[in-house]
Design a protein around this ligand. Structure first.
Ligand code: BDR
Ligand code: CA
Length: 314
């Protein structure tokens, strides 16, 4: 096999983060160096524990570092209405099989970037607080990362406030810092994640794999079907798995190279991502804004990876 992608997954599990962890832990193409967890969907005490619970479910021992317990600036927002008070809908997930690693998420990211200069891929599926702190501590990190793939933002509408997507709203200043840092970054916002959905039929296929990991993934994905009907999505959008799969299979996605910034001040629009794909201003591009996905291939790839848990994958 070709050299594996050295990766850190920075997340806030969170039900869709949990599926992203299962995918990262299963993918033979990935060398999962660490999972780092920040506060986001629920508090840090839950996210840092849930990351280890999901790794226990995956049967993997990967270092988990706790990150930020609150945003760099501004008030904390959570999404426990969607993810449940414990962040995993109260589902029966194993207890952690190992303790947290010593040190912080941002130092773990900085250290790994020095061990793997130009190679480390960071997938961020929560607020960008840990990466923001790492870049504030050492701005040269931007040049050492092979790339960042982040789930966050939307060019059109919000899913938390009318204007803002949750991960960006949860720490707009961190997201703005990251986008201005010069790091190579692909943004998987709602534009693409609402196209990367699982239908009930896809969920049944996943369930039929029959393993604890696949059944857990099916249960959490199913919980998104009704919630997203109000957005006119025909299934359950795979927000965080989208960022993970983009890191693995960018060929499945379409994107525009453009400028993106974050509104940090607006009374109604705090946390809104502003995208310059078409304006006369033609601001200098700072990201790849992911716009579309081959949904059928996305579903197949997700099922292929989760099938590896039962030894059913290729
Ligand atoms: C994002 O917000 C969180 O609630 C999910 O885990 C995902 O990262 C979707 O807007
Ligand atoms: Ca998340």
């Amino acid at each position: 096999m070709e050299r594996r992608i050295p990766m850190i997954l920075d997340c806030d599990p969170g039900i869709d983060d949990a599926v992203a962890i299962l995918l990262a832990a299963a993918a033979p193409e990935i060398e999962l160096l660490a999972v780092t967890a920040a506060a986001g969907n629920v508090g840090l005490e839950h996210t840092s524990r849930n990351a280890r619970r999901v790794l226990a479910l995956a049967g993997r021992q990967v270092p988990v570092y706790a990150g930020a317990s609150r945003p760099m600036f501004g008030p904390q927002v959570t999404a426990d209405a969607v993810h449940g008070a414990d962040g995993l809908l109260g589902l029966p997930v194993p207890e952690p099989a190992f303790p947290l690693s010593q040190g912080t998420a941002w130092d773990a990211i900085l250290q790994a970037s020095k061990r793997y200069p130009g190679e480390l891929v960071l997938v961020v599926t929560g607020p960008m607080t840990d990466l923001g702190i790492a870049l504030a501590k050492d701005p040269s990190l931007a040049g050492r990362l092979a790339g960042v793939v982040a789930m966050g933002g939307a060019s059109d509408f919000g899913n938390d406030t009318p204007a803002a997507e949750f991960n960006i709203l949860a720490d707009p200043e961190a997201a703005e810092l990251v986008l201005r840092s010069g790091v190579r970054i692909a943004m998987c916002g709602l534009d693409v994640t609402h196209k990367a959905y699982f239908t009930r039929e896809d969920i049944r296929r996943l369930e039929a794999l029959g393993t604890p990991q696949a059944r857990f993934a099916a249960a959490v994905i199913e919980s998104g079907v009704d919630i997203h009907r109000r957005y006119g999505v025909e299934g359950s959008p795979m927000h965080d798995p989208c960022a993970l799969l983009y890191a693995l299979r960018p060929d499945l996605f379409t994107q525009v190279h453009c400028w993106a910034g974050v509104e940090c001040k607006g009374r109604l629009t705090r946390g809104r991502t502003v995208i310059d794909a078409y304006s006369d201003a033609k601001r200098t591009p700072n990201c790849h804004w992911v716009t579309g996905v081959d949904r059928a291939a996305f579903v197949e790839e997700t099922i292929r990876l989760l099938a590896r848990y039962g030894g059913q994958g290729e």
